[in-house]
Design a binder for this molecule. Structure first.
Ligand code: ZN
Length: 503
């Protein structure tokens, strides 16, 4: 049967991509520093093999035959072929000259970025960034469909999303968040001292992992390791790993990162078996193995567990006692309300990765606006430091003292990534939309009130996770919430939190 042959070929590509994932996991958790050059070559070789397999004319033939043979009502199979065909078309349209130039430039751009950041000297990085943006404009022109060039870039991570639609969502967020941030800044200051006491790391890990298992992260099909930048990565639904980074003098850092990554992990563990080695397990555009409907959909699951569950007052009313039993000396003078307020403190700050829940999206909006302007050619690289400072003042009311803590803080552009930032905000929005519907289920609500997370885990598994990439983000939202992507529920959650904090 031709469809089975097509499926087998995609599964072979997926095996290569999963092996790349395994090399990447090892690089970021176990590998000694000296292994970096060899590992870069190994990953580049395997990525090239996966790309050759995906663009092989024989696969195109298999897709033609499968499409001709499939009965008209084989909806899921027809969609699988169409999805693979569209992704391969995108992959094939990027000229190989651009791919090799990009590969060569990435190494130099990253070195230039590291040096410029250390020296607080944007000017030395500007020429290489200029070249990088030239290549990005070529990619956008090659894969775009005539719309705004940023559509093509964002679409690689969030299929179907456009700059037009993003701007309308961002407009609603800015209107709501800018005054809300100003209000929270003037509100009561939560106790800051209680999170920076000495919390031994093994005990943090025990508490955090115990809670992740209680949420439903399955350790029979998972594991937790230490890393510098926390991430989740999967090889099949039977092997979904998470990482975190714990600091003795910053308690929330490791805990919330762990629950965030466990949220990603539960999504991967929950995908139906028939979708995890077959055609829906492979993102051919990004040559990425296994995954949810989109990057934003994935992020919605991590944010849901981290913020909607883990930062809620209800959560700490239930679990602060256990945390204080773990750290009796450090938390003897702290109440559950003080702890909840401390992990929800609003502090407009310079650095995105340290931003709190309320201010985080403004960092994303700023980056998206700059990326869209750069790829469209409306913004000059030379103007970036000034533009950055201007937007930081307007959105967060903070003054940027230097480029290191401004335009030079993110690694993304030097690595050739452009267009992925919006998926974080999309994830935040979707997390609130889904959580609002989940909470309306009596069983889920009762579980959340008693610290039994099995009903929420089951609800997400049934409504979101099991579909994997077989259901798009918009289809899932339509099916579950009855409407499209809409920031209203997220704005309501953030407003309610600012009010609860007493601002
Ligand atoms: Zn994430």
């Amino acid at each position: 049967m031709s469809y089975a042959a097509f499926q087998t070929e995609i599964a072979r590509i997926n095996d290569v991509l999963c092996t790349i994932n395994l090399l990447g996991w090892d690089q970021r958790t176990m590998m000694p520093a000296g292994g970096i050059d060899g590992r870069a070559h190994q990953i580049a070789t395997l990525t090239g093999i996966a790309r050759d397999m995906a663009t092989d004319p024989q696969l195109a033939e298999l897709m033609d035959r499968a499409e001709a043979d499939l009965p008209a009502d084989a909806t899921l199979e027809r969609r699988a072929v169409a999805q693979a065909r569209a992704e391969i078309a995108t992959l094939s349209r990027i000229p190989s000259r651009v791919i090799s130039e990009m590969a060569e430039l990435k190494t130099r751009a990253n070195a230039a970025w590291v040096a410029a950041r250390a020296a607080n000297d944007f000017a030395t990085y500007a020429p290489v960034l200029e070249r990088m943006m030239g290549l990005q404009r070529e990619i956008a022109a090659a894969i775009g469909d005539g719309g705004h060039p940023y559509d093509a870039m964002v679409g690689m991570y969030e299929p179907g999303m456009t700059w037009d639609r993003l701007q309308s969502i961002y407009g609603q967020l800015k209107d709501a968040l800018v005054p809300l941030i100003a209000r929270a800044k003037d509100g009561p200051r939560p106790r800051a001292d209680i999170l920076t006491r000495r919390y031994p790391i093994p005990a943090q890990k025990d508490f955090g992992l115990g809670m992740a298992r209680r949420m439903g992260y399955d350790m029979e099909r998972g594991r937790l390791d230490d890393t510098v930048h926390p991430f989740e990565i999967s090889f099949t639904r039977g092997d979904v790993r998470i990482t975190s980074r714990f600091r003795e003098d910053w308690l929330p850092g490791g805990l919330f990162a762990l629950w965030h990554e466990a949220g990603h992990g539960m999504y991967e563990q929950g995908i139906a078996p028939e979708h995890t080695r077959g055609v829906f397990a492979t993102d051919l555009v990004n040559l990425y193995a296994v995954g949810g409907a989109s990057f934003g959909m994935h992020e919605s699951q991590s944010r849901l567990w981290e913020n909607r569950v883990g930062r809620s007052r209800r959560f700490w009313a239930l679990h602060f006692g256990a945390l204080r039993d773990t750290f009796p000396d450090q938390l003897s003078d702290v109440t559950e309300d003080e702890f909840w307020a401390a992990v929800n403190a609003v502090n407009p700050s310079l650095i995105r990765v340290e931003a709190d829940e309320l201010t985080y999206d403004m960092h994303i909006i700023l980056r998206s606006e700059i990326e869209a302007g750069l790829v469209a050619g409306d913004i000059d690289v030379a103007d970036l430091p000034g533009l950055w400072a201007e937007k930081m003042r307007a959105y967060l009311g903070v003054a940027v003292p230097d480029d290191t803590r401004g335009v030079l803080q993110d690694v993304h552009w030097s690595h050739g990534y452009l267009g992925s930032f919006p998926t974080y905000t999309i994830g935040n929005i979707v997390s609130s939309q889904l959580f609002a519907v989940a909470q309306a289920d009596a069983g889920v609500a009762a579980g959340l009130d008693t610290g039994d997370y099995a009903p929420l885990h089951g609800w997400l598994g049934e409504n979101v996770w099991r579909h994997g990439r077989a259901s798009s983000r918009d289809e899932t939202l339509e099916r579950v919430t009855g409407g499209p992507l809409d920031p209203a529920a997220y704005i309501a959650d953030l407003t309610a939190k600012v009010e609860a904090l007493g601002a």
